[in-house]
Design a protein around this ligand. Structure first.
Ligand code: URP
Ligand code: ZN
Ligand code: ZN
Length: 473
């Protein structure tokens, strides 16, 4: 067989095994994984220049490109628009070894689901450097429930509801969530839920929203007003609706030990229709950051929690309670974050993350013995692709799969410096951290888009990915 590209001398890491093997690529697809492919090709080509491109991965892991299923690019939110768009956001992803992302198409005002999807296509078309698709947010249940079947037919089998964000016009109540889960069961689709207990949260915010406390506690009030039960109660409620409807539920950005226990208990009861992800920031950052002078930069919803929560989430990844690690990338610059002016309820909520997802999970997971390298690949690449309905083409290094690959050094560390990064942020939650797991070489459908740690891809290369179903195991 003639290959266009061969990755040789590397250690290929799968979710369930590790092997010394070459990876042969023809066009956009992986055509073979096996020993000696480069040797055979060299024999045939006699180095006359028309042989395959050889990528030497000696001393490196060859892993499937990361699949980040929770991303917000160019999102109008909190009175501004998130600063990473499909240009900088997907470049950042590529540099971090992420080759597929899923954003959220959110209708504004009276927009239909189709209008939301059209708006998000317009943001991505001609700009994205990696492949992408969207979850579709159901924000006006009474209108949107009639439009969900059409969305599934058009390749969007994942929907999103938010229990909070009334001010944004995105909030879904219990009846809407219950109805959406029923609908998802009927349509072979899945519902993603932002689970926080809205009314009690509003009450706690109102109690602390005064000049004296804001002056004294600043960004710490973000944590004070969101005790862990705010997330736990909401997750419990969503799980109950999933249990009684049979609809597939995916809890996004789970941040608490209590939430993890609820998901664990659901799995123990035999509920196979309940999934939960966490995000890199909940695994490594804690709420002591709110006490620093830049505390407001770390504002995101749900907020970063405490060390025992991190510990339980890591364990949840190990025992499969937590099925994936994503980023919830929603980048805001320092200038945008400064809009808070001392009032934590005005912080543009979210952080950059795409460029550091794999390095954070690799360094703090694999190198600290919290995850095996195979579990790392499973949670960042293979499982998210499978759960989101991309399991036949993304997230694996196997024959027939898209040639989306990241080549990472097992030990070499790079100091995080936002000034050297692709993300459009003038700060990083991980500034100065030494991280291994940055991608030396990233391939997207066979094309090298990062070489020697530098982006060399092309705007518009990324394609939209239609999907048929989601949440089937
Ligand atoms: O703070 C966050 N997470 N911003 C994005 C919106 C959301 O809730 O995911
Ligand atoms: Zn959310
Ligand atoms: Zn989000």
């Amino acid at each position: 067989m003639r290959f266009d590209t061969i990755i040789t001398n590397g250690t290929v890491v799968h979710a369930n095994k590790t092997e010394k093997a070459d990876v042969g690529i023809v066009g956009e697809k992986i055509a073979a994984v096996g020993k000696g492919l480069a040797k055979k090709a060299r024999g045939k080509g006699k180095n006359n220049g028309d042989g395959p491109r050889i990528i030497d991965a000696k001393g490196h892991y060859v892993i499937p490109g990361g699949v980040d299923v929770h991303v917000h690019l160019a999102l109008p939110f909190c009175g501004t628009t998130s600063s990473d768009d499909y240009n900088t956001g997907t470049r950042a992803a590529a540099r971090g070894g992420v080759t597929t992302l899923i954003d959220f198409a959110i209708p504004y005002g009276e927009e239909s689901l189709q209008q939301a999807v059209d708006n998000w296509h317009a943001k991505a078309d001609g700009k994205a450097c990696i492949d992408y698709t969207f979850h579709v947010a159901v924000t006006k249940w009474n209108q949107h429930k009639h439009q969900m079947a059409d969305m599934v037919k058009k390749g969007f089998p994942t929907f999103k509801q938010f229990m909070i964000y009334e001010r944004e016009g995105w909030q879904a109540d219990d009846a809407a969530i219950f109805g959406a889960l029923e609908k998802c069961r009927e349509l072979d689709a899945m519902l993603l839920i932002h689970a926080e207990s809205s009314r009690v949260l509003d009450e706690l915010i109102a109690r602390h929203h005064n000049e004296e406390e804001m002056k004294r506690l600043g960004a710490r009030l973000h944590a004070v007003t969101r005790p862990n039960f705010i997330e736990a109660e909401a997750i419990q409620r969503a799980v109950t609706w999933a249990e009684v409807t049979g609809g597939r539920l995916y809890v996004v950005h789970m941040s608490t030990a209590e939430g993890t226990e609820i998901i664990r208990a659901a799995h123990k009861r035999g509920l196979e229709n309940v999934f939960a992800e966490t995000c890199a920031q909940y695994l490594v950052l804690d709420d002591s950051l709110f006490d620093g002078p830049d505390g407001h930069l770390y504002g995101c919803c749900p907020q970063i929690k405490k060390k025992p929560d991190q510990k339980r989430l890591w364990r949840g990844l190990r025992d499969d309670t937590v099925c994936a690690v994503s980023t919830d990338t929603c980048t805001f610059t320092r200038e945008q974050k400064a809009m808070w002016q001392g009032d934590w309820t005005k912080i543009p909520m979210g952080m950059p993350g795409l460029e550091t997802l794999l390095p954070i999970v690799y360094t703090h997971g694999v190198l600290k013995d919290r995850l095996s390298v195979n579990e790392f690949v499973d949670k960042c690449c293979t499982a998210p692709a499978r759960i989101m309905g991309l399991g036949d083409r993304k997230g694996q290094i196997n024959k027939g799969y898209d040639a989306d690959i990241a080549i990472i050094h097992p030990k070499k560390k790079i100091k995080v410096d936002h000034a050297q990064m692709e993300t459009n942020a003038d700060w990083s939650p991980y500034q100065g951290w030494n991280l291994a797991g940055f991608s030396r070489t990233t391939l997207s459908r066979g094309k090298v888009i990062v070489d020697d740690y530098k982006f060399c891809g092309q705007n518009g290369w990324g394609k939209w990915l239609p999907r048929e179903t989601a949440g089937r195991m």
